[in-house]
Design a protein around this ligand. Structure first.
Ligand code: EPU
Length: 421
């Protein structure tokens, strides 16, 4: 397993290009199952989660080519298997996103139940209930979701709490269902909107994506398309904080500022200077005095759970008392004991972490536990006095494209050591 050795204390300076969004690319690649011919996607980040989903699609029989970095061409016409096996699904839960498209297009699917996850139980009950309401016959057997239908039918789906993956699965299924589906309590995340745009480019009739009610008029066939994925808003947020925590001066190129409004508001409140430039990029400066903050994670457009660990690292080196409350996942504080190893003063109280600011982190050996937790450890290490060793950075490689190379290009002292524990 690779690890990072980071020597902290260098202010990051320069320009960094923001990669395509992992969480937009995953459902959009799955939506190619619905197409009658070739789909070409660009701005796809080169990541382990993306290779996992293309492996799932290849296992179904789809023909996949990557002519260039960032481009994936999928021919769905040879699809001949309807099974997403345990070995792939257990390594990436988003594989469940093949369920809706397989059912809608081929009327059957066998998808492994994802099993446990480091950040919470993460059930898929809302996906299954909604598909059942649309006319799917679903059984759980030997660790698999076995689903059949004589034809999905449009209906009214109400999600009691917004689910990103659930909204995406139903939107894809409804695009080829008979009649009209109305999703109430839909997730509003930019990744849901990007999927809707991709489906519409294939010929789907979708109204209201980005709002809490989405209406989908089913159609009988969807065509291939050429589509470019939106930039990764969580990577944008992570680099904004990397700049603040190192007292740096950065330009983030290719960011969509409108997707990170809640994050920018919090960082401005803390004292990081962020300005929008004419070319659409963001200019960030972290040289001012910081102020403590209170953060509550909530569904979009509120502050994202996927930025909770990173802003906690920043709060650790901000004078005064900050508090950070996690409302989406029940076990998303696994970075807390690792931040404590790096000299942070944090106390967990139920769903809230109280942080007392210290001057600077101190280098130590720590263990990455999940994707965003790993990002917070990298941020802490960039700030720390001395050397930090971060083990198990395969978690980072799931969701940040070339993070080590990007940081090095901004002046950071980050070394990837291959192999070992
Ligand atoms: N939930 C249920 N039942 C369901 C579905 C969800 O109880 O059937 C619960 C979850 O356990 C969670 C909440 O509802 O407590 C929200 O889950 P959601 O379905 O919205 O999350 P997801 O689709 O599984 C996506 C992202 C996550 C991100 C969340 C929340 C992808 C591939 N994953 O997950 O991203 O944290 O939305 O915004 O889009 C990450 O990138 O690090 C990551 C974990």
């Amino acid at each position: 397993m690779d690890k990072f050795i980071i020597e902290g204390g260098v202010p990051l300076t320069g320009e960094v290009n923001i990669s395509g969004s992992k969480n937009a690319a995953l459902p959009i690649l799955c939506s190619s199952i619905l197409a009658d011919n070739t789909c070409t996607y660009t701005n796809i980040p080169v990541l382990r989660d993306i290779s996992t989903i293309t492996e799932v699609l290849a296992t179904l029989g789809m023909v996949i080519e990557c002519p260039d970095n960032g481009c994936i061409v999928i021919d769905p016409r040879k699809l001949g298997s309807y099974e997403a096996p345990y070995d792939l699904v257990k390594s990436m839960r988003a594989s469940i996103l093949v369920l809706g498209p397989l059912l809608a297009k081929y009327k059957k699917a066998k998808v492994s139940l994802p099993g446990g996850c480091a950040i919470g139980v993460r059930p898929i009950d809302m996906h299954l209930k909604a598909l059942t309401k649309m006319g799917a016959d679903i059984n759980l057997s030997h660790g698999y979701v076995m689903a059949f239908t004589e034809g999905l039918k449009g209906t009214r789906i109400v999600f009691d709490t917004p689910t990103v993956g659930g909204t995406e699965n139903i939107m894809m299924a409804a695009s080829l269902a008979e009649g009209t589906t109305v999703i109430e309590g839909a997730a509003k995340e930019p990744e849901v909107v990007d999927l809707a745009h991709a489906l519409m480019a294939m010929g789907a009739q979708i109204d209201g994506a980005g709002q809490s009610t989405i209406t989908i008029d089913g159609t009988t066939s969807l065509s291939g398309l050429e589509y470019s994925i939106i930039p990764d808003r969580i990577e944008v947020g992570t680099f904004l904080i990397a700049c603040g925590i190192t007292r740096g001066d950065l330009v983030l190129k290719g960011a969509r500022a409108d997707h990170v409004v809640a994050v920018i508001e919090k960082l401005l409140e803390m004292g990081i200077a962020i300005t929008h430039r004419d070319d659409g990029s963001l200019q960030v400066n972290g040289k001012q005095e910081f102020r403590p903050i209170h953060v509550d994670t909530v569904p979009y457009p509120g502050f994202p759970t996927d930025m909770q660990a990173q802003i906690m690292a920043l709060a650790c080196v901000t004078p005064g008392t900050s508090s950070i409350t996690e409302n989406i996942f029940e076990n998303r504080f696994m970075h807390v004991p690792e931040l404590v190893r790096l000299g942070g003063r944090l106390e967990e109280k139920g769903h809230t972490v109280i942080v007392q600011g210290v001057d600077q982190f101190q280098g130590a050996s720590v263990m990455a536990t999940d994707l965003r937790a790993s990002a917070s450890l990298v941020l802490a290490a960039l700030n720390a006095r001395g050397m930090t060793e971060i083990r198990r950075i395969y978690h980072l490689d799931r969701g940040y494209e070339n993070l080590d190379e990007k940081l090095v290009s901004l002046g950071a002292r980050v070394q990837r050591v291959r192999g070992g524990l």
